[in-house]
Design a protein around this ligand. Structure first.
Ligand SMILES: [Ca+2]
Ligand SMILES: [Ca+2]
Length: 513
């Protein structure tokens, strides 16, 4: 388990208009009264001081003039009264300052659980709240335009006990995870069939009937309750906690096959040699069925020895990206995690298989893959379109091959963040705009998720990453529930974030501004 690092910037959602001119957060009447009292106090104190000095001068110059001496005494009395009133205001201000300061300490900073428990923010620790126990899901929070036949995918931070979620035959236990048309009653929870990934961390749910209605937009919600158990028998979210999100079904059935957007190492650039600790990464233009990474649907081969290379696959980046590392350990990174290498000085072939189509395809589902899938399919079961002609033709025509070459070197430099939006200590931040970060290296996009990039313990977030091939860099956008106004945010990027060389993100190395 790697440490927690502070992403070096904060976001302060600020006020506007008149309140901003006088330097106050909006709609704080208490602070406005204090500010007015401060002004009165300053005028009164200076005025009283002026009157007292005047009285003193007159008294000194009055000599035997009794009238002037009398006026000077009156002035002195006014000055004394003024000081008395300003003393009273001083006491009032002291009390008001104390009350406001404690109020602002409560509302301005959002201490992490670690801080509340007296731990350092840099402490080692598991994800801190229930949002982080669910690291990914599809559809994303508030995502729109989801097809009627899409699967619902949920990735848990810890392996889950399948029997706590699914009946013997795979039927979803509707009291454990509730799928509901928005506003509908619990008794109308929608039936679904579920399957788990081999590591019991990813659940795929297929509703028994198509969601939504023809050409009609409808909202649905998913609620994960505290009755979902980890393999260790404890409640995943903790007793009394639940996690809910909603999305919009578009009214359309997805008959569009998925296509590849980018691969790492890059294809068809044989003059370039890649460090042997590079991982292999494929990014598609839409969410895939997580089953696409099990059962040798993508085969990696050493072209020199003609031997297949065994390894581990991961899926992430809103289920759009797949990453592969071999089983050959070749060192440790700065976080003391084992890293794995591809064969050195080799030519490596990657073969991403398209699934074969259903034997008797229905007219309304022309690109639906044969079940069980023998290749890559999208979250609606359409087979991979490797030749990018817009149709699925099965493994013979639509599988995608590429090669690249490795050297005998290890890449050991850690990635840094070189650009942030909003920048460090930025104020007046748009409450809805996503937070963006650009890393100095291509990243393992499956390592960027709710558990590793955390804006706040109180906001739900969802991430998408993009590889910039020419610059060899990855950027990540963190979408989130609206920021609260006048609140300081201190996002965290955990060092479990890794680059394509499996090096962990280096703590506290980011731009100062
Ligand atoms: Ca599709
Ligand atoms: Ca095709």
């Amino acid at each position: 388990m790697a440490g927690v690092v502070l992403l070096p910037f904060s976001v302060f959602a600020e006020s506007s208009g008149f309140y901003r001119v006088i330097g106050l957060p909006e709609n704080d009447a208490g602070l406005l009264v204090v500010r007015i009292l401060q002004i009165i106090w300053i005028i009164l104190t200076l005025g009283s001081l002026g009157v007292a000095i005047l009285a003193f001068l007159r008294m000194r110059n009055s000599g035997d003039d009794l009238v002037q001496a009398q006026t000077a005494k009156k002035l002195l009395l006014f000055g004394a009264i003024g000081f008395g009133v300003s003393l009273v205001i001083t006491i009032i201000l002291f009390v008001a300052y104390g009350a406001l300061a404690s109020k602002y300490q409560q509302t301005v900073s959002t201490p992490t659980k670690g801080e509340q428990e007296g731990e350092s923010q840099y402490s080692f620790g598991k994800p801190l709240n229930q949002f982080l126990k669910i690291t990914n899901h599809y559809p994303a929070r508030d995502e729109r335009g989801i097809s009627r036949n899409a699967k619902i995918l949920i990735t848990f931070a810890d392996p889950v006990k399948p029997e706590s979620v699914l009946e013997q035959g795979g039927a979803l236990k509707k009291n454990v995870i509730r799928l509901l048309m928005q506003g509908d009653q619990f008794k109308n929870a929608i039936a679904a069939q579920g399957t788990f990934s081999d590591d019991h961390k990813i659940l795929s749910l297929t509703p028994e009937k198509l969601l939504g209605d023809v050409n009609k937009k409808m909202f649905y919600s998913v609620t994960v309750t505290d009755t979902l158990l980890k393999e260790t028998q404890e409640s995943l979210l903790g007793l009394g906690n639940s996690y809910q999100w909603q999305f919009e079904i578009s009214g359309v059935i997805d008959n569009t096959p998925p296509q590849l957007e980018s691969v790492v190492p890059f294809a068809n650039q044989e003059q370039e040699l890649w460090h042997k600790n590079s991982l292999i990464q494929l990014t598609f233009n839409e969410a895939l069925d997580p089953n696409s990474i099990s059962g040798k649907k993508i085969i990696v081969t050493n072209e020199i020895t003609k031997k297949p290379i065994d390894g581990f696959w991961a899926i992430g980046n809103a289920y759009r990206s797949l990453s592969f590392v071999s089983q050959e350990p070749c060192g440790k990174n700065a976080c003391q995690d084992v890293i794995y290498c591809l064969p050195k000085d080799a030519k490596i072939l990657v073969n991403a298989k398209a699934a074969n189509l259903a034997k008797q395809p229905k007219a309304e589902r022309p690109f639906l893959a044969q079940s069980p899938f023998d290749g890559i399919v999208d979250a609606s079961g359409n087979s991979f379109d490797g030749n990018k002609d817009g149709k699925s033709q099965g493994s013979a025509q639509d599988s995608y091959n590429w090669t690249f070459k490795t050297n005998d070197l290890l890449h050991t430099e850690s990635a840094r963040i070189e650009f942030l939006q909003p920048s460090r200590d930025k104020t007046r931040v748009d409450l809805m705009a996503p937070v963006e970060a650009l890393f100095t290296s291509l990243m393992d996009v499956t390592s960027l998720h709710n558990g590793t990039v955390v804006l706040s313990q109180e906001l739900s977030t969802w991430l998408t990453a993009v590889n910039h091939e020419k610059a060899k860099k990855t950027s990540v956008k963190v979408f989130h529930d609206p920021f609260k106004k006048d609140t300081l945010y201190t996002p965290l990027v955990r060092s479990e974030v890794r680059d394509i060389y499996q090096q962990c993100f280096y703590p506290c190395q980011g731009p100062a501004k």
